[in-house]
Write a protein that binds this ligand. Structure first.
Ligand code: NAP
Length: 259
């Protein structure tokens, strides 16, 4: 299917690997010129070269912490005019509900709520002026069903979801579609880190941990960044113009919910 977005310009945050990279690759395959970001210079530079060579689009790497004011300023100044924005950042650390103090909450809210809000505030006005834009925020299945050990994620991402629910409907009339994708378990470094933490705590072998986690997913597998990216690219396509303020759950059926 032709997504109709070749020649558009996209910014994908936190994209040297994992879900962000999956989104960057799918947009590049659709012909979108990209600015991609993550903190480690060598990784983001290599990823930009690989994507550019593979798909023949322009890919500009920007090494910066997207959760800081300075990092966002650096990314935004390199980005210029942007038609497609994918917000993303690393997830907060696990723990239990008694672990976290005010500073921990502020850090998680900065990273997983307010940095996405700031990027939308910076870039959506230009999309409105040009009469076309797409925003996809990478959140988590924890928005639909809380993950007990990820209370910081449950909290911050619920805040972003509330903001998007209101804002998406205010910009839709200008051709700008804002939606969220909610990943369940995907095979990335983040999933590896969480699996290792469970293995260490429980004394189980890492493969047993993975088997246990998979058994809770009706699709009986971890999701792949490529599939995640394909959904993101569709939401950024011309065909998605009637999809507004939605929360698309990509979890292999893990959440046992009717809608
Ligand atoms: P990942 O494989 O660990 O990749 C994270 C990417 O983000 C890397 O490129 C990393 O590069 C970059 N990054 C991290 N912090 C950043 C920051 N402050 N500024 C800029 N770049 C940053 O993680 P993932 O699995 O793709 O997860 C992406 C998001 O989805 C996270 O918020 C995660 O919590 C959420 N999520 C993931 C899953 C899953 O199963 N994978 C499920 C639910 C939700 P540098 O370290 O070099 O910056």
């Amino acid at each position: 299917m032709d997504l109709g977005i070749a020649g558009k310009r996209g910014l994908v945050c936190a994209a040297s690997k994992g879900l962000g990279r999956g989104c960057a690759e799918a947009l590049a395959e659709a012909g979108v010129d990209l600015v991609i970001n993550s903190r480690t210079e060598a990784d983001i530079t290599r990823t930009a070269q690989e994507i550019s060579q593979k798909y023949g689009v322009s890919v500009t790497p920007v090494a910066a912490d997207i959760t800081s004011d300075e990092g966002r300023a650096k990314v935004l100044s390199a980005a210029g005019k942007i038609d497609i924005l994918v917000t993303n950042a690393g997830g907060p650390p696990p723990g239990i509900w008694t672990d976290w103090n005010r500073e921990d909450f502020i850090k998680a809210i900065d990273a997983n709520m307010l940095s996405a809000v700031a990027l939308m505030q910076a870039l959506v006005p230009g999309m409105i002026d040009r009469g076309w834009g797409r925003v996809v925020n990478i959140t988590s299945q924890s928005v639909r069903s809380p993950i007990p050990e990820l209370g910081l994620s449950n909290t911050a991402r619920a805040g972003l979801t509330g903001f998007v629910a209101g804002m998406a409907r205010q910009v839709a009339g200008h051709g700008v579609c804002v939606n969220n994708i909610l990943p369940g378990i995907h095979a990335t470094d983040r999933a590896d880190n969480l699996d290792n933490a469970i293995a260490q705590k429980s004394g189980l072998d890492i493969e047993d941990v993975r088997r246990n986690r998979k058994s809770g997913v009706p699709a009986n597998a971890y999701g792949q960044p490529e599939d995640f990216g394909a959904t993101c690219a569709f939401l950024c396509s011309q065909h998605a113009r009637f999809i507004i303020g939605q929360n698309i759950l990509l979890d292999g059926g893990a959440l046992n919910v009717t809608i």
